[in-house]
Design a binder for this molecule. Sequence first.
Ligand code: FAD
Length: 462
Amino acid sequence: RPVIVWLRRDLRLADQPAFAAAAKAGPVIPVYVLDDETPKHRKMGGASRWWLHHSLASLATDLEKIGSRLILKRGVAAEVLAKLAKQTNAAAIHCLRHYEPWWRNAERALKGQLSEGCALECHHGNYLMPPGSVTTGSGQPYKIYTPFWRALAQHMPPPEPVPAPKRLDAPQSWPESDTLSDWDLLPTKPDWAKGFAEEWTPGEAGAAERLKAFHARALHYEACRNLPSVEGTSRLSPHLHFGEISPATVWHATMEAGGSVETFLKELVWRDYAQNVILQYPDYAKANARDGFDKFPWRDPSDPDVAADIRAWQQGRTGYPLVDAGMRQLWATGWMHNRVRMVTASFLIKHLLVDWREGEKWFWDTLVDADYGSNATNWQWTSGTGVDSNMFVRIMAPLTQSEKFDAAGYIRQWVPELAGLSDKAIHDPEAAGKYVKGYPKKLIGHKEARERALAAHGKIKA
Ligand code: FAD
């Protein structure tokens, strides 16, 4: 009897426990189900769909090289898989466990629908430790990152990564498969993803290349990670999100860099932490963890002036060069530097006084690494509404951040109309008295915005 491997955000062969277990069990049927119904309004955003298309194409090629295939199906995952298991007389379905609330529901639903003699085997493998397993002395899950990191670090290093299976046995007959191009995952008109292909190579080989390139720079991470003009970080986030590389592989490779890499490993653990958060707060992208913020007087996005401000933020036309550079990098490549994510998010929330959930939604649609746990955790961290978060009253000054982190080169790249300005003037052309044709004036002055935000915060008890 064959076994099914149900793939979701785990699109790799190496260090993939579902494949490793299935390869030992019998002929393998690898299946990806495009399910836009189970996640409801959380279905994958546009940029993620672009990534998914290329990642699936890459995995299908890799599977063919080891004698297998990738079967594509569309529909409600639990129903599609239960039907397929019956039709192929599968002995088991192997998958990696996922922690988005809709995937937890789907795993439960599938268990209920499988006929006797076909088991659902969920493996651990996309995180350094199984989310929920790192607990306090009294067995409670952590809410705050720093003690979580300390406790998780006690269990590190993770087990050595397991190599990809050399061969997968094929079933006697293959079930029918959709054709990837029929899924229309890629944008057509306009093709907003042109710049994505220049920046990214989705798939397991592309992930390995990124890791190799980062390995050479890993010891500079601590000094460079906050400088958006420098390629100082790994850019592994979309590969990790789609599971094209395991975090254990990243951990071991980075340790081999030789010197101190703790700062990088700590960042990697934020990814585990975010899953730990959504396990405790499944609605984290929807509900403020500090409910005092439920009464916060956000500006109303249905008001045309507010809607225009949100649009200006999305399009990178706020008059704050670092904010605009970040938002344009996001649109052009599906990714934004972490420091600039913090600055742009803070700008939307505190300068424009727009509810963080508006920004979370935009990132969800436009990031190639859009991740339910990481996105919500970081938005709630920035807004001050999270279980572990920055205080709302700590308002980032985008102009100071721009100078402090030496963003001139980054601004020249993404806001080319400002490229002719000096290193000094480029952070704040208006203050330097430089009028640049086509570049907008600030939506609101920093001092005025800061006072408005603090006054709004003063109206709630949080
Ligand atoms: P590196 O600095 O090289 O870090 C290595 C890996 O660690 C990353 O690939 C990522 O998987 C993980 N990581 C690093 N920082 C964080 C963090 N703060 N939170 C969670 N994981 C982290 N990251 C996402 O993967 N998906 C998101 O949807 C996402 N949304 C964000 C929204 C906001 C408002 C902010 C401020 C941050 C968000 N991040 C998100 C976190 C972070 O910005 C990205 O993970 C990072 O920029 C990715 O670049 P990198 O791979 O070069 O990171």
